[in-house]
Design a protein. Structure first.
Length: 617
């Protein structure tokens, strides 16, 4: 977004300060500000012990405008739209506004002779891309250990910028309000600036009381990192303020309890660890509709692994799960989507952050237990909006029968509803039939009055996990990335069956794997997570065969493995930006297809494990 913003300014006036060190960046900025009219990117300014690197400085005579670029979307037109219904600064924008307020404070003091104003440059949610391929002008690459955005000059010349998708909002009025605010301790925003500056200069830590907010502490270190001499601010705070010992950090903190709303009260009472919790702290029920939230939380507390406590056991509500299994219609369909929603639109006519569905995987299981990887979709065209092709392909996959469709979590449901709305605004000839089909397999439920549920509405496998199954290996997470390893580590049936290379054979057909075994063991004989077994995108052997230009390009690619959703988004972006290197695109496509196939196969394994536990195989 910062690189896009630079393209909107007069090329005859703009200067980009690439220097990283303080001295040269400050000197170069000072020299440029001697000009009457100038635009400076990443300008370095200091006042006393304060230093800023401003995204954009626009000097025109005695006027100096600070422009802070953010990838945050904005649907308003003025600084009043940063306020909530009570007239206070919206919490979703406050951090951005305080950032600008700090920078303006430095500029006001560094240049008292200039008229300093400040703006936020945000993503205009009301805009549309008027050119195709705007996103492909930019790529993310590694450069000397740093990850940075790079502009493709050839693509820029070919595509052009079209209409602006950023909006600049002056924020001087709100900054004045921030300067005037007084905290509960009687200090102002400017007081805080100097407090932090003085502590930093003296290398003196500001003591912050520990509490629930510590669950998101970024200053942590694993046991291995600590043994290597690294530090953990999290440990320091809790040891200093609550007299904890090193051994205490082997216990599970109360933060880890899934969906527990009483954490803050317990911490205030001096209860910090899971093993301090009691059964009476939870509303424990097993109903006809599965486990209550309290029962699942208590199972987690009761079964928290303690060294020497033996092998953890899982809990399965066999009666509840059996009732559900009796209701399904075979063949069963398991689907998973890969989607992206980026600030700079991928295709003409799209709004910033409008969603793209670029991939799906589809496994099918028959009533006799036979399974196969039936279908997949991966969009790789740079000049074609994929969502409607995506839905047409998915519809062909699923309309051959009336079998039950499974998703994991609500993402697939939400995205199909979003595509439904896109179809409603389109001129696609088959939009009505596609919209009707989407409605048949989705539900709405976004408001109490909107409770549409299709006659073949997808079932959520995550809901079944939450209601009927808990294993200590899942700990406080119900993500499929946590549930699958728990299933594989605990199921002898799954281990025995898939230790053989039967996946990607006539027995279990696959579109991307051949004679594959999913079960492998670590040196200490623990079953490895299948996601960690996915191969590197670019293997050593392939690299040896690439020419020097391709190897140089690969060195700049910020991705080696594809084993999570974030990496899939990066890989898709790289596919669209690697037109010059077909062999690289091919490797990325292969990695994407394998990753997405594993996502749906993971759902199959969870279901198959349940069938084994219930004696249905």
């Amino acid at each position: 977004m910062g690189e896009l913003a630079k393209l909107y300014y007069d090329p005859d006036l703009k200067h980009d300060i690439k220097e990283i060190d303080y001295e040269s960046s400050l000197r170069k900025t000072s020299e440029l500000l001697d000009k009457t009219n100038v635009v400076i990117f990443e300008g370095a300014i200091n006042y006393k012990d304060l230093l800023i690197r401003a995204d954009v400085l626009v000097k025109s005579g005695k006027n100096l405008r600070l422009v802070e670029v953010k990838a945050k979307s904005f649907a308003g037109t003025s600084e009043d739209d940063f306020l909530d219904s009570k007239g206070s600064i919206s919490s979703s924008y406050r951090s951005y506004l305080e950032d600008v307020a700090f920078q303006k404070y430095v500029l006001l003091n560094a240049f008292p002779e200039l008229n300093v104003t400040a703006s936020l440059l945000l993503v205009d949610k009301n805009s549309h891309a008027t050119v195709n391929g705007l996103n492909q002008i930019f790529s993310i690459q590694k450069n000397r250990g740093r990850t940075e955005a790079v502009i493709n000059a050839e693509k820029l010349k070919e595509v052009g910028l079209g209409d602006k998708i950023l909006i600049e909002i002056p924020v001087d009025g709100i900054i004045d309000t921030i300067y005037q605010e007084i905290d509960e301790d009687g200090s102002s925003f400017i007081d805080k600036i100097h407090l932090y500056s003085n502590h930093y200069k003296k290398d003196k830590k500001i003591v912050t009381p520990v509490g629930l907010h510590c669950q998101h502490c970024e200053f942590t270190a694993t046991e291995n990192e600590l043994s290597e001499g690294k530090k953990s601010g999290f440990r320091e705070c809790w040891m200093e303020q609550k007299s904890l010992k090193d051994v205490d950090f082997q216990r599970k903190f109360i933060f880890d309890i899934w969906n527990y709303r009483g954490k803050r009260d317990k911490i205030n009472q001096g209860i910090y660890f899971i093993d301090q919790m009691d059964k009476s702290d939870f509303d424990i029920q097993l109903t006809a509709d599965g486990m209550s939230t309290g029962m699942r939380q208590w199972l987690q507390v009761k079964s928290a692994e303690v060294p020497g406590s033996g092998k953890p056991k899982d809990f399965l509500d066999k009666d509840g799960l059996s009732r559900f299994m009796d209701s399904v219609v075979y063949p069963l369909h398991f689907i998973d989507f890969e989607t992206t929603s980026v600030a700079i639109p991928l295709f003409q006519g799209m709004k910033p952050y409008e969603g793209i569905a670029f991939q799906y995987s589809h496994h099918i299981m028959h009533e006799n237990g036979k399974m196969e990887h039936r279908g997949q979709f991966l969009h790789t065209e740079t000049d074609e909006f994929p969502n409607f092709h995506f839905v047409r392909s998915l519809k062909r996959e699923l309309e051959m029968d009336n079998g039950t469709i499974f998703r994991y979590a609500n993402h697939e449901n939400s995205f199909l509803n979003a595509i439904h709305d896109q179809l409603a605004e389109s001129k696609e000839k088959d939009r009505k039939s596609l919209m009707a089909w989407i409605q048949s397999i989705t539900k709405s439920g976004s408001t109490p009055s909107d409770t549409r549920r299709g006659n073949r509405c997808m079932e959520d496998l995550l809901e079944l996990v939450v209601k009927y199954h808990y294993h200590p290996y899942m700990e406080g997470s119900n993500s499929i990335k946590s549930v699958l390893p728990a299933v594989i580590r605990s199921s002898k049936y799954i281990q025995k069956k898939y230790s053989k290379p039967i996946y990607g054979t006539e027995e279990i057909p696959s579109l991307n794997f051949n004679n594959h075994s999913w079960i492998a063991y670590s040196e200490n004989k623990e079953v490895l997570n299948p996601y960690q077994q996915l191969p590197p995108i670019f293997s050593e052997g392939e690299n040896d065969e690439y020419d020097s230009e391709i190897r140089e390009y690969l060195d700049s690619v910020p991705l080696e493995y594809l084993a999570d959703g974030g990496a899939a988004l990066t890989a898709y972006s790289l596919v669209l930006n690697s037109e010059k290197y077909p062999v690289v695109q091919s490797a990325l496509k292969t990695a994407l297809l394998k990753y997405c196939e594993l996502d749906t196969f993971a759902m199959v394994l969870i279901w198959e494990n349940w069938m084994d536990k219930l004696g249905r195989l």
